[in-house]
Ligand binder design. Structure first.
Ligand code: FBP
Length: 263
């Protein structure tokens, strides 16, 4: 008996099986004053970083995609989001249909689930529908899975990060975007737990030094991840183009961090 699988691949976003995605939805998630300066507040500048650095993809919400996406790198359309203003248990609801995302040029659909939130069931169920719709239209679904809320004590522990990764696999995500646990050994358990779902590390606030961030990235890759889906550590860098090159050296050429930081 042959089993017909509908799962679309992430191939459009991969270079030799590895990948760097540039995330740019922080203006909505955190507010422009939290993260932006005069340069990176402009979505056109961030589009330029992705295109000139030949990154594997860019992540936009629909409004930014409508006005700034120019097709030079593949698009991941984030179809849910929330602001940082409401307090309490996080809930992020769908704000863009899969069909509309496709009309904007999306080659993958992104969705955030706050695992552990009191509102988790709503997001699990919404993602379930979006994943099926995306797959039926031939697009992969990427789940940002962030353990968060009262019940989550440590969102970067080996247990909780691997739980996030596994939940993504079981929900049918083609890729999961999860936080780094802090060392390659524990992160490799999260990668194993994700099975055939690809694993991307989510960046977080800009690391204190370039060396800190590049060391994290090397650890993530040594653990068997596919790559990065980061924003602030790239477009907040003094020279994002040089930072992008260093990331590419680590991710695609397996260069040692010490060599790059000395250069
Ligand atoms: P960063 O690399 O800037 O952390 O971006 C990754 C990301 O997932 C964004 O897509 C999103 O806006 C942000 O993190 C959410 O961050 P938070 O952890 O504050 O919810």
């Amino acid at each position: 008996m042959t089993i017909e699988r509908k799962s679309p691949t992430m191939d459009a976003f991969l270079t030799k099986g590895k990948s760097i995605l540039l995330a740019y939805d922080q203006g909505f998630e955190h507010g422009p004053s939290a993260d932006f300066n005069d340069r990176n507040v402009d979505p056109a500048y961030v589009m330029e970083i992705a295109a000139k650095s030949k990154l594997n993809g860019i992540v936009f919400q629909k409004g930014v995609a409508e006005k700034y996406y120019d097709g030079r790198v593949p698009l991941v359309l984030k179809v849910n989001g929330k602001s940082s203003l409401p307090k309490g248990e996080p809930l992020s609801r769908q704000n863009c249909s899969v069909e509309y995302a496709i009309s904007l040029g999306a080659k993958a659909i992104g969705y955030t689930i706050y695992l552990g939130s009191a509102h988790e069931p709503e997001m699990l169920s919404e993602f379930g529908k979006i994943q099926e719709e995306a797959h039926n239209r031939g697009l992969p679904a990427i789940a940002w899975i962030y353990p968060r809320g009262e019940s989550v004590k440590n969102d970067t522990s080996r247990e909780i990060v691997s739980y996030a990764a596994r939940t993504g696999l079981e929900l049918g995500a083609d890729a999961v975007k999860i936080k780094y646990t802090g060392d390659p050994q524990s992160f490799s358990w999260a990668v194993k737990s994700a099975g055939r779902a690809l694993v991307y590390m989510s960046g977080g606030p800009k690391a204190p030094t370039e060396l800190d961030f590049l060391t994290q990235v090397k650890g993530v890759m040594d653990a068997g991840a596919t790559g990065l889906a980061v924003g602030r550590n790239l477009w907040q860098a003094d020279d994002p183009f040089s930072m992008a090159n260093k990331l590419k050296e680590i991710i695609f050429a397996n260069k040692r961090v010490e060599v790059l930081v000395k250069e």
